[in-house]
Design a protein around this ligand. Structure first.
Ligand code: BTN
Length: 270
């Protein structure tokens, strides 16, 4: 019989150290998408920092309208609701915050070495283990609420992966078997608590000193520096060498001898 590591909200609550992310936790066994449920809850007025967690998503959403494979009993699907006072342009920083929080949690709980592919893919080796979908609702140029959705492949065996993602996706368990020789299931409760504790820490840092202090932590995992890449920006292909990330979280590409291009990832507006 296959083993399962169950999500236990009480366990998670016991491990939360911060005062903000996860103070209110909503758990559902099955949802369409935690981002959609979080959006509905946010529209009804739930508190800043509330978190929605599910064990299974029927219609998990990835970036650019893609489907996010979300089998039951093995992964993390969670969405953090924010009601920030900053402007929509500053919101890009939340994806950066979430990416560092996820990477830190992977090191802490699974003893693996992740890398961040700008802005929001977390990889182990060359394969994706986690992704972030940040969405927001704005009114009169200010943010009504934001939803930071985090999906992480934790104990998902290869056989659960759809054919089209097998070559590009992995899970912490698969990587742990390869790297640490361990086939023990990874504790999703510890991972969730760790992500939320880190997010709490970085959010506070962001509010008091801005994104640049968090970027210092992001750089530790940033695996793209110096690489020549091509990227599609609004139906335009931009090629260049990655030279850094600016203080707002935009990717800086050297596209010619004296030419620098700033790439800002698009956000989805409800
Ligand atoms: C990506 O394409 O990399 C982003 C994937 C984000 C998936 C997560 S799972 C929890 C939350 N709910 C969703 O429907 N999507 C995000």
């Amino acid at each position: 019989m296959e083993q399962i590591n169950y999500i236990d909200i009480f366990e998670i609550k016991k491990m939360l150290k911060g005062s903000f992310a996860g103070k209110n936790l909503y758990y559902e066994e099955k949802v369409d998408s935690t981002n959609t449920l979080a959006r509905d809850l946010a529209a009804k007025g739930v508190k800043n920092g509330s978190v929605v967690i599910a064990d299974y998503q029927e219609k998990g959403r990835g970036r650019n309208g893609k489907f996010w494979t979300s089998p039951c009993g093995c992964n993390i699907y969670m969405s953090i609701i924010l009601r920030p006072k900053f402007t929509p342009e500053t919101a890009q920083g939340m994806t950066i915050l979430a990416a560092v929080s996820v990477a830190d949690a992977i090191v802490e709980v699974a003893s693996l070495q992740p890398q961040i592919k700008w802005p929001n893919d977390i990889l182990i080796g060359s394969k994706k283990v986690s992704g972030i979908l940040t969405e927001m609702s704005t009114q009169n140029m200010s943010i009504e609420y934001m939803v930071v959705g985090i999906g992480m492949n934790v104990n998902m065996p290869e056989k659960y992966m759809d054919a089209h993602i097998k070559n590009i996706a992995t899970s912490l368990l698969i990587e742990s078997e390869k790297t640490n020789g361990s086939s023990a299931l990874i504790d999703r409760n510890r991972l969730i608590a760790s992500i939320l504790n880190k997010f709490d820490k970085y959010y506070e840092m962001f509010l008091s000193t801005g994104l640049s202090s968090v970027l210092g932590y992001y750089q530790k995992y940033f695996g793209m520096m110096g690489k020549v890449i091509s990227i599609n920006v609004e139906n335009r292909k931009v090629e260049g060498q990655v030279v850094g990330i600016d203080s707002k979280g935009a990717l800086l590409l050297k596209t010619g001898e004296n030419e620098l291009e700033k790439i800002i990832s698009g956000e989805i507006y409800f």
